[in-house]
Design a protein around this ligand. Structure first.
Ligand code: GH3
Ligand code: MG
Ligand code: MG
Ligand code: MG
Length: 323
C-alpha cells in the first residue's frame, strides 16, 4: 500500500450496514506453537476461510509480507515473548501494517495483553477460549478488513478518475499543469530545459462529421497510443482538451524535442489509423507546436508559447511541426 495523507487505518472504519452485509471470510494465518491448539482452531474456523498455520519465528512476518492475509491470529503465551515479537514485526512492515491481528492470551496475563494492545493489535480472546466468542470476533475482523479494502479500492479509483482522462487513459490537463510547475522549477535548478509539445489533430471535426463520434473517440484512443509509443518513460503525456494533447519532456533540449515531434508527426501521417472501418484505415495528420521552458516561467506561459507555435503550424498548412 502506498503512503497517502488519508488515514485508511481500518480501526477508523465505522460500523455501518454495508459492513454488516459483507461476507465474513478470507485467508487467515494462525501462529501458535502448540499443535493441539492449532487443531482446535482449525475445527472452529473450518468454514470461515483458507487457513495457514505457522509455529512462530521471524518467518511469520516475511510470509505475511508476501501473501495478503485478511487476518492474523497470534498466540501469546507466558513461556516466551515470541508472539509479541511477531506482532511488533507485523506492525513495522508497510505491507502488513494494516492487516488485522487477533491475539490469544492466557487468563490473568494482563501485562502481556496490554503490551500487545499498545503495539496495535486489534482484538483479543482470553484462554480458555469460548468457541462462539472466538468465531464472532474472527468474523468481525474479517468483515472490517473487507470493508477497509473496499474503501481503499474506491479511494484509488476516485484518485485515478481525478488524474486521468477516461477516453484515452492519459493524464488530464489538471494533473499535467500541476506537475509542470515543479518540473520547471527543477529544470531551473539543474540548469536544464523542460520541453513541451502541444499537438492538435488536423480537421478532427471532419472525422466526427463523416464517421460519427464513436469513431472519433477511437481515433483519440489510437492517437494516445501513438504518442505513448514515441516518448520516453520520463515524459508525461496528457489530454489537454478535446483533440489536443501535450507531452512534457523533462531535461530535454528544444532540438531533441523537435526531433521527437517530427518523428511522431511523420509516424502518424505515414500510418493511417485502423479504427475498424470497412472502408479501411483513416488518414490522420497532426500539427505540433514545440516550446522550451525559460527560467521562472509558469506552466501557462510555457503552454502559451507552445500554443502559438501550434497555431503557426496550422497556418502553415497543417501536418507540420513549428518551434
Ligand atoms: P483543426 O485542424 O483546425 O484543428 O480542425 P479541427 O476540426 O480539428 O478543429 P476544431 O477545433 O474545429 O474541432 C475539434 C473537434 O473535436 C470538435 C469536437 O466535436 C471534437 N471533439 C472534442 N472532444 C471530442 C471527444 O471527446 N470525442 C470526439 N469524438 N470528438 C471530440
Ligand atoms: Mg482543437
Ligand atoms: Mg481546432
Ligand atoms: Mg484539431
Amino acid at each position: 500500500r502506498e503512503a497517502t495523507g488519508v488515514n485508511m487505518g481500518w480501526d477508523n472504519v465505522p460500523s455501518t450496514e454495508l459492513e454488516i452485509n459483507l461476507p465474513a471470510d478470507g485467508s487467515i494465518l494462525i501462529v501458535d506453537e502448540q499443535e493441539r491448539v492449532m487443531e482446535r482452531i482449525a475445527r472452529a474456523l473450518d468454514d470461515v476461510g483458507e487457513l495457514t498455520f505457522m509455529s512462530g519465528g521471524d518467518d511469520v512476518a516475511e510470509r505475511a509480507r508476501e501473501k495478503n492475509f485478511d487476518l492474523i491470529i497470534v498466540s501469546l503465551t507466558m513461556r516466551n515473548t515470541d508472539g509479541l515479537r511477531v506482532c511488533s514485526k507485523l506492525r513495522s512492515f508497510e505491507e502488513t501494517r494494516h492487516v488485522p491481528i487477533l491475539v490469544m492470551v492466557d487468563d490473568g496475563n494482563t501485562k502481556l495483553l496490554v503490551r500487545a494492545l499498545e503495539m496495535g493489535v486489534n482484538d483479543y480472546v482470553v484462554r480458555p477460549v469460548d468457541r462462539m466468542e472466538f468465531l464472532a470476533r474472527v468474523k468481525t475482523q474479517l468483515r472490517r478488513k473487507r470493508y477497509a479494502d473496499k474503501l481503499w479500492e474506491n479511494f484509488h479509483m476516485s484518485m485515478q478518475l481525478a488524474t486521468t482522462d477516461a477516453v484515452t487513459g492519459l493524464y488530464n490537463r489538471h494533473y499535467l499543469t500541476s506537475h509542470m510547475e515543479t518540473q520547471i522549477q527543477s529544470a531551473d535548478r539543474k540548469g536544464k530545459t523542460l520541453s513541451v509539445l502541444m499537438m492538435d489533430i488536423d480537421h478532427f471535426k471532419r472525422v466526427n462529421d463523416t464517421q460519427g463520434h464513436a469513431v472519433g473517440d477511437r481515433v483519440l484512443k489510437e492517437f494516445a497510443m501513438r504518442i505513448g509509443k514515441n516518448i520516453r518513460g520520463v515524459d508525461l503525456a496528457a489530454r489537454y482538451g478535446g483533440e489536443e494533447f501535450v507531452v512534457m519532456m523533462p531535461e530535454t533540449p528544444v532540438d531533441w524535442a523537435l526531433m521527437i515531434a517530427e518523428r511522431l508527426r511523420e509516424e502518424i501521417a505515414d500510418n493511417p489509423f485502423d479504427v475498424g472501418l470497412k472502408d479501411g484505415p483513416l488518414n490522420i495528420t497532426v500539427s505540433i507546436g514545440v516550446a522550451a521552458s525559460q527560467a521562472d516561467e509558469t506552466p501557462s506561459q510555457l503552454l502559451e508559447v507552445a500554443d502559438k507555435a501550434l497555431y503557426a503550424a496550422k497556418e502553415g498548412g497543417r501536418n507540420k511541426v513549428v518551434v
